[in-house]
Design a protein around this ligand. Structure first.
Ligand code: NAD
Length: 254
């Protein structure tokens, strides 16, 4: 669909890939609402980009429904949704001291990355399904964010990889079901990108991640993720697919 004039919701819009996508969408004339658990950061980013920043915890049904309703009141119903809210927390299944990973840790990662994405998808899809159809009968597009860890999860990524594998598994059945409403669902599986999620790692770890990317041998730039997200919005034949965006990276076991 054309981007100008439509309303978009970007979860995790306060930082990293979500923020870059919100900036690119705003630059293309889309009305952007940044939904983030960090409300202050969402508002600050939205002020800079010319959008609206809203408090939203994607793991919470009521919080997400409230944020989507508030965005609708400001911009009208959203035809574009980009799910970038996520957390990454490395932990071994059996820690070096022999203790099992706390179950709450596994649950939290799946809760934010998988259940949170489904939560926004379900609310947004219901709203999109009753909108007037555009060209080709299209009503909306929902972008999910998986990860190459869904396929090549490393030691310590059991929870993260499982959550992202869930996103890969969700994409096709969601696209199939929502096809009758003219709503597309596409996922992006990024490799390693230079965002606050990675900048918490020591420089040596960041350098070694970058060195593992065949070409271009560097971390991805958030604008490169945003460029693909905008292309997905514009290209109606993209549907039900997970697209790796990784410079041919295949992660080793550790
Ligand atoms: N950076 C990478 O290399 C990389 C690689 C593969 C996949 N990803 C995925 O891309 C997405 C964006 O990651 P990023 O690198 O931009 O990270 P980031 O930490 O810069 O941004 C994530 C944002 O999500 C928000 N968030 C966290 N929990 C939330 C919740 N419960 N409700 C609403 N918002 C919440 C955070 O406040 C933050 O603003 C994540 O799903 C991540 O797993 C990132």
């Amino acid at each position: 669909m054309e981007l100008a004039g439509h309303a978009a919701l970007i979860s995790g819009g306060a930082s990293g890939l979500g923020r870059a996508t919100a900036a690119a969408l705003a630059g293309a004339g889309t009305k952007v609402a940044l939904l983030d658990v960090n409300a202050a950061a969402a508002e600050a980013a939205a002020n800079e980009l010319g959008g609206v920043g809203l408090a939203c915890d994607v793991t919470d049904a009521a919080s997400t429904e409230r944020a989507v309703a508030a965005a609708r009141a400001r911009h009208g119903p959203a035809r574009i949704v980009v799910n970038c809210a996520g957390i990454g927390r490395a932990a071994r299944i059996v820690e070096r001291d022999g203790k099992p990973m706390p179950l709450a840790q596994f649950k939290q990662v799946v809760e934010v990355n998988l259940i949170g994405s489904f939560n926004l998808l379900r609310v947004a899809a219901a709203e999109m399904s009753v909108l007037d159809p555009l060209d080709d009968g299209e009503r909306g597009v929902i972008i999910l964010t998986a990860s190459v860890a869904a396929y090549d999860g490393q030691i310590g990524q059991a929870a993260y990889s499982a959550s992202k594998g869930g996103i890969v598994g969700l994409t096709l059945p969601a696209a199939r079901e929502l096809a009758r409403h003219g709503v597309r669902v596409v996922a992006i599986a990024p490799g390693v990108f230079a965002t606050p999620m990675l900048s918490g790692l020591p420089q040596a770890a960041q350098d070694s991640l970058a060195a593992g990317v065949p070409f271009p041998q560097r971390l991805g730039r958030p604008e490169e993720y945003a460029a693909l997200a905008l292309h997905i919005c514009r290209n109606r034949m993209l549907n039900g697919e997970v697209i790796r965006l990784d410079g041919a990276l295949r992660m080793p076991p550790r």
